[in-house]
Design a protein around this ligand. Structure first.
Ligand SMILES: Nc1ncnc2c1ncn2[C@@H]1O[C@H](COP(=O)(O)OP(=O)(O)OP(=O)(O)O)[C@@H](O)[C@H]1O
Ligand SMILES: [Mg+2]
Length: 580
């Protein structure tokens, strides 16, 4: 039987990876005590000092003594309650773990306590207790963290890096609880301040200053989702800019992050993730929070149902938020002349059935229309008023056989013709594919291709599904395929290249579903089968392209996420030529 101090130190190894882990535990205790304010201060990256003060419930002297014992908690009585938890803590382990690897002072006073009490713990010694005058709430000071665990100290990074982790932890807590004020001081200097606010949206805006985030909300059965996500061109490699919260807990969940990225469809390459925040709220019974000592992971009773719901809600909301012509909520009516209107109303009805609300981004002065235009600098996205549609633009000229110069009521638009055509082809192809009606063009002379054994195996296994993409591919022998038909929309493309695109994407898809791989394949194929830079366009082709853009999702981006258009307002032009 191990002595209790040693047990605590071993537990501390799991719970406390670095100073930021201690800060996280102390903040969570403050929030569990219903604090409305939480002041965090660190010195030396948290190794010299961590101080967390709250204005929560406080503890009696008796409770404070108990709180420092292992497995003492006020938050849980019986195992089944774990599945109804609304507090962050439940293990009764954080304080004793921290105390076992530091010099800890806890000062606390309850609302009706006449005075406060101070407890000092120095490693394994019994706490010294004395009455003190102090404010209602709890203040924990942790000095010389890991002083008795030299191995742990060796693994730590520079104080700057450790302080950065602390800052991330405070930010996560602030995002989790917008109604609480947080401050962070580093070596005596106030570095962050989060004033309490009434909504998650406002807190997220504080956390992502200057970022134009689309608000997406939806519900599916017991699951409620609220997300604030960046446009695709602000995505970054890795999920570092994307915060996930499940029932208010900050969590790491790769599957969830991947699902969020996949909801952008082909505009995000694999491995790239949007910036922003996703809040998932569901019945706590459908969730196991007791899977990770730092509680940074949760397990869903039905993970598939969760990812399906998240994907379903976000895919529609994002397409709406980032596309032309108007938001379904009281936006402008579509011009009557447009064909293909059957699709969108059906989609909207479906969205309405799923109780999805699409909202315009939080940026001031923007409107509900979703298209992202990009200013000259390519950095400051703007949105046109809801009346602006691509087809209302007047095509003026083709420049360098690459750009379309167009005149709108509000300014000049320059479109990249290849990116625009690619987007239109992709949208049409995907609609055809989704209704399993890809129009094919038979080749007069089948083309024989030499390929690898893997690709032959792929065609043998997936022949029927591949046919649905509009490619008639047949196995001719070991290492030989023949192409008999290609999608009509991609007639400009070389059949060899299209086959290569599709098989390449399917082979790479690995664990992802076939349909995701097809989505990416369609994007690549659309790229290779569309009008290119260098193609001369007639006026009528250009006009047709503009009207077709009105029907393409994400009309402001090519399927690979590159912006399609730059905009210069008349006012800007006048300023530049000195008329203003
Ligand atoms: N800031 C605080 N204000 C009021 N009570 C607190 C505070 N911090 C801790 N406590 C009390 O001390 C107890 C022990 O805290 P500790 O963090 O060790 O365990 P826990 O929060 O119950 O569970 P976990 O180990 O999962 O965090 C808590 O259950 C709570 O009753
Ligand atoms: Mg705790």
């Amino acid at each position: 039987v191990l002595p209790p101090e040693l047990v605590s130190q071993i537990a501390a190894g799991e719970v406390l990876e670095r100073p930021a882990s201690a800060v996280k535990e102390l903040i969570e205790n403050a929030l569990d005590a219903e604090a409305t304010r939480c002041d965090v201060s660190i010195e030396g990256g948290g190794l010299t000092l961590i101080s967390v003060a709250d204005d929560g419930s406080g503890m009696s002297a008796e409770d404070a003594l108990l709180a420092l014992e292992r497995h003492a908690t006020s938050k849980l009585n019986a195992f089944p309650e774990l599945y109804e938890m609304t507090t962050f803590g439940f293990r009764g382990e954080a304080l004793p773990s921290i105390a076992s690897v530091s010099k800890l002072t806890l000062t606390t006073r309850t609302r009706d306590g006449e005075a406060g009490v101070e407890l000092k713990l120095d490693g394994s010694t019994r706490p010294e207790l004395r009455p003190v005058g102090c404010a209602v709430g709890t203040h924990v000071e942790v000095r010389e963290l890991f002083h008795n665990v030299p191995a742990r100290r060796k693994f730590l990074r520079s104080t700057g890096t450790e302080a950065g982790h602390v800052s991330d932890v405070v930010e996560a807590a602030a995002l989790a609880r917008p109604e609480v004020t947080f401050t962070l001081r580093r070596d005596g200097r106030r570095v962050r301040e989060w004033l309490r606010t009434g909504s998650r949206e406002a807190r997220v805006a504080d956390a992502h200053p200057g970022e134009r985030l689309a608000s997406c909300r939806g519900e599916r059965g017991p699951l409620r989702l609220e997300a604030f996500l960046s446009p695709p061109e602000r995505a970054r490699t890795g999920a570092g800019g994307l915060s996930l919260f499940v029932n208010g807990r900050p969590v790491r969940d790769r599957a969830l992050a991947v699902t969020v990225a996949q909801a952008y469809g082909s505009v995000l390459e694999k491995g790239r993730y949007p910036r922003g925040v996703v809040y998932l709220d569901l019945n706590p019974r459908l969730l196991d929070v007791n899977v990770h000592p730092q509680k940074s992971e949760v397990r869903f009773a039905d993970p598939r149902a969760v990812t399906d719901a998240v994907y379903g809600i976000l895919a529609r909301a994002l397409a709406g938020a980032f596309s032309l012509p108007s938001s379904p909520r009281g936006g402008a009516p579509r011009p009557a002349a447009q064909a293909d209107t059957a699709i969108e109303p059906a989609l909207l009805a479906e969205a309405a059935a799923a109780e999805i609300s699409l909202e315009a981004a939080a940026a001031p002065g923007t409107d509900a229309a979703g298209l992202i235009f990009v200013r000259d600098s390519l950095t400051a996205p703007i949105r046109p008023g809801p009346q602006t549609t691509w087809s209302s633009l007047r095509f003026v000229a083709q420049l360098r056989q690459t750009y379309l110069l167009c005149e709108g009521s509000d300014g000049l638009y320059v479109l990249d013709q290849h990116a625009a055509a690619e987007r239109v082809t992709f949208t049409r192809l995907r609609k055809q594919y989704q209704s399993r009606q890809v129009a094919c063009q038979a080749l007069l002379f089948p083309i024989v291709l030499e390929v690898g054994a893997d690709e032959v195996a792929l065609v043998e296994q997936r022949g029927r599904e591949i046919a649905e993409v509009g490619l008639d591919l047949r196995v001719r022998g070991p290492g030989l395929l023949s192409v008999h038909a290609i999608p009509k929309l991609l007639q400009r493309g070389s059949p060899e290249r299209l086959v290569h695109d599709l098989l390449g994407e399917l082979a790479r898809s690995g664990g992802r579903g076939f349909s995701d791989a097809v989505d990416l394949a369609l994007a690549t194929m659309a790229c290779h089968g569309s009008i290119r830079a260098g193609d001369a366009l007639t006026e009528s082709t250009a006009a047709a392209l503009l009207s077709a853009l009105d029907l393409a999702d994400f009309a402001g981006h090519c399927p690979h996420g590159r912006p399609v258009v730059t905009f210069t307002s008349w006012a800007e032009l006048e300023r530049r030529v000195g008329r203003r």
